[in-house]
Design a binder for this molecule. Structure first.
Ligand code: AMP
Ligand code: GLY
Length: 420
């Protein structure tokens, strides 16, 4: 099989690394890719938001399966265009990607199918939003309705913060994504992520994880894309997973099919767990980054069989075989992230690191310059360990971290603390 993966982050490196191990994978191309990915796949320069460019490239290269990594091409309808051209794709249509691209859409779907989530209201008018928060009181959560690169959510502890957030969003901080505001009840509890493949009809859970969104140790400081993750997440017991499948995931998938916009791809459910019950915080329509790194090191080569079955609509014929193992990934970021940071610092020591199914450094924001690896992004590397226990996975991940020579980088030393 010739496979094309779209994307260039740690998530796509992990996908490529797992897929490459499967003997069914012949040619593997990642567009645009990165220097880490170049060790396991061909990298191709391609505008992955251009439907025409992606279709033409896939056809020219006799691609049998396209795996879409990030949300932006999905929201731009790249999967629809590929399917329209007769290609096999893993990833939802533009209509189904609204489960991530529009918060109010997701809330309507939840209401229609009875999926447990926070009470909510939607506003196109600032005054009505101000009146609503004044009536409800704080804490309360204010969100831009559309995609805002993870920055469109304000958990307001006071009414002043809530009013400020409403003004910020309607003031145009997120452009068209903030044309409408969603206001939600604040949910207390512990957050965890649940990943489910759906082919539009069948659903297959493929793992749980917990990430660390805050930049600083002890979960302090500003939010980031994720500073580390581990899998499985013990808070998501089998009982809660069963409850989520019955009350949330299968009803959501059925509701999407009923609307004529079936969801095919990976559904990433962000859950809030309290007193043995889970409620939905949000859906994403792609793998998490860095959650994908821990899922892929655990799944290995079978990831391709599952993704392929998902794209072909035969998820009912496959199952995920889990070893009784744990994985943990530590993100190395450039100093200054998530604020301003310098680009171009040199990273040494990568060539001598072990690379196997227990220890792997996935690349995100790196580039190769004159034969050396330099940092080009905020999140740059994901040092990932796997083992029979979380302690072992943790030790292996941090052994990689400690062997990397990069004074301009930093990481959190407490990834996994909740479970350790
Ligand atoms: P989202 O982009 O919707 O995932 O929101 C980002 C983060 O805000 C979540 O991971 C939660 O930590 C927090 N959050 C969002 N909605 C709620 C809510 N209704 N109650 C409590 N926390 C929330
Ligand atoms: N790590 C969170 C995300 O990928 O959305």
């Amino acid at each position: 099989m010739n496979i094309l993966i779209l994307g260039s982050g740690g998530r796509e490196h992990a996908l490529a690394w797992a897929i490459r191990q499967n003997p069914k994978c012949d040619r593997l191309i990642v567009a645009p890719g990165n220097p880490g990915i170049a060790a396991v796949a061909e990298c191709a320069d391609l505008d992955i938001l251009s439907r025409a460019a992606v279709c033409e490239f896939a056809q020219e290269n006799a691609i049998d399966l396209v795996v879409v990594g990030p949300e932006a091409p999905l929201a731009a309808g790249v999967a629809d265009a590929l399917r329209g051209a007769g290609l096999l794709v893993f990833g939802p249509s533009q209509a189904a990607a609204q489960l991530e691209a529009s918060k109010s859409f997701t809330k309507e779907v939840c209401d229609a199918c009875g999926a447990p989530t926070a009470a909510w209201a939607r506003f196109a008018d600032a005054q009505a939003a101000h009146d609503y928060v004044a009536e409800k009181g704080a804490p309360i959560v204010v969100k831009a309705d559309g995609l805002a690169a993870g920055k469109g959510v304000v958990v307001a502890e006071t009414l002043d913060q809530a009013h400020e957030a409403i003004d910020m969003i309607f003031g145009g901080a997120f452009g068209d994504s903030g044309a409408e505001v969603v206001i939600e009840e604040f949910m207390e509890g512990e957050e965890a992520s649940f990943f489910i493949l759906s082919d539009g009809v069948n659903c297959l859970p493929i793992g749980t994880a917990q990430d660390h969104k805050r930049v600083g140790e002890g979960d302090t400081g500003p939010n980031t894309g994720g500073m580390g993750a581990y899998s499985p997440a013990p808070v998501l017991s089998q009982e809660i997973q069963d409850q989520v499948m019955d009350q949330m995931i299968r009803p959501t998938v059925a509701e999407m099919a009923r609307r004529g916009t079936p969801f095919q791809g990976v559904l990433f459910a962000g859950l809030m767990i309290k007193d043995g019950r889970a409620r939905l915080v949000e859906y994403n329509v792609r793998f998490g980054d860095p959650e994908c790194q821990v899922l892929m090191i655990r799944l290995g080569a079978q990831a391709l069989d599952l993704i392929h079955a998902c794209a072909e609509g035969r998820l009912d014929q496959v199952s995920a075989n889990w070893a009784d193992d744990h994985a943990l990934t530590v993100v190395l970021a450039t100093q200054g992230y998530p604020g301003d940071y310098q680009k171009g610092s040199v990273i040494k020591g990568l060539a001598d690191l072990p690379e196997d199914s227990f220890q792997m450094v996935f690349h995100a924001g790196t580039a190769e310059k004159d034969g050396v690896i330099v940092a080009t992004g905020g999140r740059v590397l994901a040092a990932t360990g796997r083992g029979e226990t979380l302690q072992l996975a943790h030790a292996r991940a941090y052994a990689l971290v400690d062997a990397i020579d990069w004074p301009e980088g930093f990481c959190r030393r407490d990834i996994g603390w909740r479970a350790l």
